[in-house]
Design a protein around this ligand. Structure first.
Ligand SMILES: [Zn+2]
Length: 297
């Protein structure tokens, strides 16, 4: 499943094509994906200008020139493909390669920009867990999909004091608390494993054990907050560099496979210098956790 850095990379890849463009028409090739498309989906989008392309957690937000926001989710296997007059490319790269089978092209946005250059933005999704819904611009934060979401892990708002507040009453394992979207939004299995490794904290430890009920923060909440922000920022930066390559050639870079520190590395040596431990895999809440028992305490 695409995680936040992949969605952010997709957003950055699409924004030069979509922002400021006018939607000439939309081809909707099915009645539903994970959910039915909204009534009048194509008609409501036709003729609208795209003001900006945003993101909240793992939702792409297409802000239009009316009180309407198109909320898109990639689901398990969704991807966007850009086809311009000269070439096509898939923005972003993914742990699991994206489908290029046109059989799974479910939505096609026909765009033109101010200089009447045209482009097509195509949504492809073999497993159809993705979706597109509408929200109102002025009440977006209260949309059922968005209203319960916690803080973004990308900005400085996620600091040691906030993490201390979020975790101090939590008895769940630290990993489960970090996956709770009501606390931190958009953080998924891969980057929780990576951030905990970076912070040297065990995914098994009780979440509240790194926080304090008396002090505003602890060295461990400070370190973990920084580790989360850095892990996400590094992944987005890696996505950005893959994006430049994608624009030139439609290759399969799969940068995520190569840049993991613990995720998917069971039985391999820990990458922390001087550690000497071996990465283990355990199952927590039905999901694989990868960690190094030697340096993650
Ligand atoms: Zn280690």
């Amino acid at each position: 499943m695409p995680e936040l850095p992949e969605v952010e990379t997709v957003r950055r890849g699409l924004s030069p094509v979509m922002e400021g463009a006018t939607i000439v028409s939309v081809e909707q090739r099915r009645a539903d994906l994970r959910f039915p498309f909204p009534d009048g989906f194509a008609e409501k989008l036709a003729g609208r200008r795209i003001m900006s392309l945003g993101r909240r957690a793992k939702y792409l937000l297409v802000h239009l020139d009316i009180d309407l926001v198109l909320i898109c989710h990639l689901g398990m296997s969704g991807s966007f493909r850009v086809e311009e007059a000269d070439a096509g490319h898939v923005p972003g790269s993914f742990h699991h390669e994206r489908s290029k089978d046109t059989l799974h092209d479910h939505v096609v946005f026909h765009l033109k920009d101010d200089r009447t250059r045209s482009a097509r933005v195509i949504f492809n999704d073999p497993r159809r867990f993705g979706f597109m819904l509408f929200g109102g611009r002025d009440c977006l934060e209260s949309h059922p999909l968005l209203s319960g979401l916690g803080i973004e892990p990308t900005g400085n708002a996620l600091d040691g004091a906030l993490l201390n507040t979020l975790l101090r009453e939590r008895r769940a394992p630290l990993k489960a608390a970090l996956l709770d979207q009501r606390l931190i939004a958009g953080l998924g299995n891969i980057y929780v494993c990576e951030a905990l490794w970076r912070a040297g904290l065990s995914p098994r430890r009780r979440a509240g054990s790194i926080a304090s009920t008396r002090r505003p923060s602890t060295p461990r909440t400070e370190l973990l907050a920084r580790s989360i922000r850095e892990t996400i920022a590094d992944a987005i930066a890696a996505g950005g560099s893959s994006l430049r390559d994608y624009v030139q050639a439609d290759g399969s870079l799969g940068y995520f496979q190569h840049s993991f520190s613990v995720y998917d590395r069971e039985g391999q040596p820990c990458r922390k210098s001087g550690c000497g431990g071996t990465v283990e895999r355990i199952v927590q809440s039905g999901r694989s956790t990868f960690y190094c028992p030697a340096c993650q305490r």
